[in-house]
Design a protein around this ligand. Sequence first.
Ligand code: SAM
Length: 267
Amino acid sequence: MTDKDTDASSITENQQSDLAKRVLSIKWFHHIYIPGYGLTPGPVRNSQDWLSSNLPKSFNGLRVLDIGGWDGYYSFLAEERGAVRILMIDSLQNPEAHSSGTLGFELAKETRKSKVEFKLMDVQDLDDLSEQFDVVFFLGVYYHLIDPIGALSKIFDKLAENGVVYLEGISARGRKPSLRFFEVGEIEPTTFCAGTERGLIRILENVGFSNISVIAKTRDPGRIISWVYSKVNRSGRFIKLVSGGARNLGFISDYPRILISAKKNSM
Ligand SMILES: C[S@@+](CC[C@H](N)C(=O)[O-])C[C@H]1O[C@@H](n2cnc3c(N)ncnc32)[C@H](O)[C@@H]1O
């Protein structure tokens, strides 16, 4: 079901207002197209657009595992782009952020007549799954983990030969290969670490991945903000205003983001 397949004309006014009530009672993370309603409200529109345009245009015939899928936007995207089996898992890590539980995902699944399956599961328990996948989405998740290397190792095991992982998240500044850990609450309560670009590549190599490729990077908002600050205002008010506003866009923290693909090719 694509955004163009709107079936709003076949829905009565009462049904439409019931649907609107259901949509608006949910705390959404993603902007997801709900037939008969439109796009759900959520804070991450810009990052969705950036990431969607940098992921492959076709997943035709492929089995996709979406780790930490939240409302399911990327699972539904994989379905739209031809994936035949999509499993989304999420541990619903942050009770405050996930106060609507899986209601958003369920409403989107129902209205989109989607076949995406959801399991409440921690990435560290991937061994419990008996199936394998051609593609793993690991989008916006690694830096929320205390052991991202262990998680990538489990992902490697769940991939079929020639399978591909898409790793996306914040990246730390610097040229050296490193994985930096944050103090509790330094960024926000569930962000624990950030790898430099070289660090993330080295981790993927060490786990066993090959054909590692940096697909896209966002600009470095922290650096841009600091530069503007140094030019415009030294009192501190301006930088607070700009970085606060940037965070509210839901896309940029003070860290740039990176999207990397890596292949399992153990032969
Ligand atoms: C920033 S959101 C990313 C959502 C989506 N993948 C995206 O890119 O828009 C991180 C998601 O990962 C989930 N998550 C965090 N730790 C997890 C874990 N150990 N196992 C499974 N999911 C986890 C959170 O519950 C949350 O839904």
